[in-house]
Design a protein around this ligand. Structure first.
Ligand SMILES: [Zn+2]
Length: 70
């Protein structure tokens, strides 16, 4: 396991860029106490980012389940 693996896991990916299937990390702004993306215009607190992750992962809720009847 790489040394900076834990550090990467603690950082957040930008939810807007992630929904466009592009991976960019958000940076923390201590002045406004929120996260911002350097690629797009996204800014938000830690809770905002986690809420948007929940919306994105809801698309893949049935990924591991085989649908037999419609
Ligand atoms: Zn972004």
């Amino acid at each position: 396991m790489p040394k900076n693996r834990k550090k990467i896991m603690e950082e957040f990916r930008c939810p807007l860029c992630l929904s466009r299937e592009c991976e960019t990390f958000v940076k923390y702004d201590p002045k406004h106490k929120d996260y911002y993306c350097s690629t797009c215009e996204y800014t938000g607190t830690e809770n905002d980012v986690k809420k948007m992750y929940a919306v994105i992962t809801s698309r893949f809720k049935l990924l591991n389940k085989r649908i037999k009847t419609f």
